[in-house]
Design a protein around this ligand. Sequence first.
Ligand code: DCS
Length: 282
Amino acid sequence: MDLILHNGEFIREEDLVISREDRGYQFGDGIYEVIRVYDGNLFTAKEHIDRFYDSADKIKIVIPYTKDVFHKMIYDFVEVNNIETGQVYVQITRGAAERQHQFPTQATPVIIGNTKSVERPIASLNSGVTAKFIEDIRWLRCDIKSLNLLGNVLAKQEAYEEGFFEAILHRGETVTEGCSSNMYGIKNGTLYTHPANNLILNGITRRVILELCEELEIPVEERPFTKTEALEMDEFIMSSTTTEVMPVVAIGDHKIGQGVPGELTRKLQTAFEARIQVGVKS
Ligand code: DCS
């Protein structure tokens, strides 16, 4: 049985004790990360760890380890559980204290994590997926990878119940991102995506995609685009740690382009695959 991570130790799941008053349960008062593992290697670990520390900092949780110590802990965690292709989930909450909204004066942050073997979503990467527009009702600090995910959960559930893979969230006319992904449209050879501000999570996969665009000389415009523009894109993509460079071939019942993954999407997928096969332990 895989071990889980608890405050720096690898323990058995049945030995985990979490307080009923943990602020993660009571307020969603914490943040998290999901890091991909390919062939036993952590992918873009440094970027995920930096974002974990940034998110914690933004809600004033102090992580009790240096980044180097934490990185090594995640590395050892993947190794101890023998994960080849999979993912690591890790979260930190403000800890346990009698319930009151303001920060407790004495609470020790609680870190828990788990690993999981998960194959790459090859079939969907080949065929593409469908998505539907849903109003973005989340708070205004989507740059924080908060445990508060109700807005995301409700939208994903609605999309899922209607047979869609993801929701394309929009604030009024403006497309922001997905429930657990970033969104991009490609029109006349240029890739458009919402700028990395407080309205989206600046995905690590998003950053890789923007780097790949530079390498492939695909012009990028980080600017908000509308729902109408989205429907008129030649190609559409969503991205995340788990879904990689995922073609979106229809929005609602409206086909994007020919309704199959487009040429630049395929180029980005190929370039992304080359990145994940670098095989350097990080
Ligand atoms: N936007 C949101 C709201 C997300 O939750 C995620 C990742 C992304 C964008 C994409 O970011 P990454 O490219 O860094 O993954 N969501 C994680 C999750 O909850 N499960 O898998 C990834």
